[in-house]
Every structure is written in C-alpha cells, then in structure tokens.
Design a protein around this ligand. Structure first.
Ligand SMILES: Nc1ncnc2c1ncn2[C@@H]1O[C@H](COP(=O)(O)OP(=O)(O)OP(=O)(O)O)[C@@H](O)[C@H]1O
Ligand SMILES: [Mg+2]
Length: 326
C-alpha cells in the first residue's frame, strides 16, 4: 500500500436545505483510504452513507449541499472543481457502482457500446479499439463468451451479469477510487459473495482504493481492511475490521455485532434469537444536539443528551465518539 491517501475526507458536513433551514445529514466525518485499501462504511438505512458517496463522487445535488470540510481525491479538492472537470474525473479517476444496475445501464444501448464508450470518452480510442477493450473488460469480470455478449442489451442479462457489466464499466479506465454503494443488495444471496469477491480481486490486483458501502456489518468486516460505523450522520467508531468484530466499543457497534448470526451458534430456543437494538434512527429533522444514539443506548447519561461526544482516538488505529466506551 502506498503512503499518500487516494481519498481523504476531512471534517465533512452535509446538510439538507428545507423550509429555509439547514438540517444536518452528515456531521464532521473524516477518514482516508490508501491505494489498494478496502474501506467499509456501514450503518442503518438513512444514516448518510449514500449522501457521503455522492459527495465524494462529486454528484451531490440540491437540496443537499456541503456545509464544511473537504474531500481530497488524489490531493485535489473536489468541492472546488468545475462541473466539467468533475465529469472528466468521474469514470476516469473515481467510479461508482450502485445497488441496482438496471437504473444505471442504458436499456437502449448494447453492453459492448456502453463499456466501449468509457474508452472512447476518457481514453480517446477509436470505436474498433474500444470494442476490443470492451471484450477484454468483460473477460476480466468473468462474463462467459464476451465476443457474443457485447451485442446483448441489459435486459438480456441476469441481475448478477448486469452487475458484472457495471463493474467492467466502473473499472474500464482504471480509476484510483471505486465507490461501491450496496453493490449486491439487489442480488440473490448466493451471487452476492461472488460479486463482492470479484470487485475485491480486481481492485486488489490493480491497487484501486475501494469504499465499500453496506448495511451488512458481517460482509464489510470480512471483506474490508478498516471499517467506519455510521449512526445518524456521524461516524461513531472507526477501526481495523478485525477489531470491530472482536472488540466493538461503541454501544451501537456492540449492538450490531451482537445481532450478527454466528457460525456454530446453537439454534436453541431462546438462544437462537438475534439480539436487536430497540428503537429507530432519528430522522434528519428530529436530530438533537446530543448523541444521536442516546434514545436507544443502555449506557446513556445526561451528558450524552446534552452534547455529541467528540472524536477520541482509540488504540493506535481507531477512533470513537462515545463518552462511555470503556
Ligand atoms: N435528495 C434528497 N432529498 C431529501 N433528503 C434526502 C435526499 N437524499 C437523502 N436524503 C436524506 O438524507 C439522509 C441520509 O440518506 P442516505 O441516502 O445517505 O442514507 P443511507 O445511509 O444511504 O441509507 P440506505 O441504507 O437506505 O441506502 C436520509 O434521512 C435521507 O432521507
Ligand atoms: Mg444508501
């Protein structure tokens, strides 16, 4: 792994503008990803994962906007770039894979043309060169008979094959950073692991930095080097993946880990039931000044209700936002 981070997010806050007011969606988050590193971002629905991803890819749109902090991609501040430069950056230096490939693929274009377009637009190749590169790209994502498949339209492929095509498009120009936002949620469980493994295999071989977003802590902790756990717009714990599993410290992370089904756990009555964290994530407009998890936390004190805990270092490589993590 190289030393300079590919992606550096510093003190980033994002708000939703509504009724003439700013409602914080993401608060003062910070993390960095190096070349070849796989960084996981997990958290419940609505905690702000996709808003972060869109911001990093330069795709954030009104009514959402950045209120403070910066996103440096290979040292360049993406908030200060023109739309034209951002368009050039996307696909070339940063690429994104979304949950549902059908919405990102063009139903009227063959997949060969859609992959080839990346080489024409970003690398200035001829149509003929681009076609050969498209076949090669499909081979790399292990689509069988790529010479024939390039003539297919998206609807002729299975969900898993479509997601492979999305990966081929995303990695076509060898981006420095790949953002995968719930890349397997729409797929069958059996295909999910194959797709994630394919992404990681290709990215590791190329030294691509990966931001893997999921609500599945088990998947992320298995596949990533480091993990950030988000809750109601804050990163509440950030640790090497192994430690998140074996020694979670934030009460929310502890709840997540306790709710994971473990291999070998006896399926006996009473023991088989998964622990669940009672309550729901507060919506954007219901968030208070204190810790967002306070209303669900078993260790809550008055301090937690009055003040969001600051980011505190944890061990050598981690950080946490909790007054009572010991
Ligand atoms: N375009 C938008 N307009 C208004 N609110 C939005 C918009 N996009 C996101 N939000 C709000 O911002 C918050 C964070 O949303 P985000 O999509 O980032 O969550 P998420 O963590 O990706 O959730 P999920 O796991 O469901 O994908 C949510 O409360 C959501 O309702
Ligand atoms: Mg999302």
């Amino acid at each position: 792994m190289a030393d300079n981070p590919i992606l550096q997010v510093d003190n980033l806050s994002i708000a939703l503008r509504a009724k003439g007011q700013d409602f914080p969606a993401v608060n003062q988050i910070g993390f960095s990803i190096r070349a070849g590193e796989v960084f996981g971002l997990v958290g419940e629905s609505g905690c702000g994962k996709s808003v972060c991803a869109l911001t990093i890819a330069g795709l954030l749109r009104e009514p959402l906007h950045v209120t403070q902090g910066q996103v440096l991609l290979e040292g360049q501040d993406i908030n200060r770039m023109s739309n034209r430069d951002l368009r050039r950056l996307r696909g070339d230096r940063v690429a994104m894979i979304f949950q549902e490939p059908m919405t990102s693929l063009n139903p009227l274009m063959t997949i060969g043309d859609q992959i080839g377009e990346m080489f024409v637009l970003h690398k200035g190749m001829s149509a003929r060169q681009a076609r050969l590169k498209a076949i090669e790209a499909l081979e790399q994502v292990q689509v069988p008979s790529p010479e024939r498949r390039i003539k297919d339209y998206p609807h002729q492929l299975s969900g898993g094959m479509r997601q492979r095509v999305m990966i081929a498009i995303a990695l076509a120009c060898d981006p420095a950073l790949l953002i995968a936002d719930e890349p397997t949620t729409a797929l069958d469980v059996t295909i999910q692991a194959e797709i994630v493994e394919l992404i990681l295999e290709l990215c590791t071989a190329r030294g691509t930095a990966v931001l893997m977003i999921s609500h599945d802590l088990g998947l992320v902790a298995r596949m990533c080097h480091r993990v950030a756990v988000m809750y109601a717009g804050h990163i509440v714990e950030q640790r090497p993946a192994g430690q998140i599993f074996t020694d979670p410290r934030h009460p929310y992370t502890q709840g997540l880990v306790a709710s994971l089904p473990r291999l070998g756990r006896r399926l006996q009555e009473g023991r088989s039931r998964l622990t669940e964290i009672k309550g729901v994530v507060p919506g954007l407009m219901e968030r208070d000044i204190g810790c967002g998890f306070a209303s669900r936390c078993l260790r809550v004190t008055d301090e937690c209700r009055a003040l969001m805990p600051p980011v505190a270092p944890l061990d050598e490589l981690g950080s946490i936002r909790c007054f009572h993590h010991e």
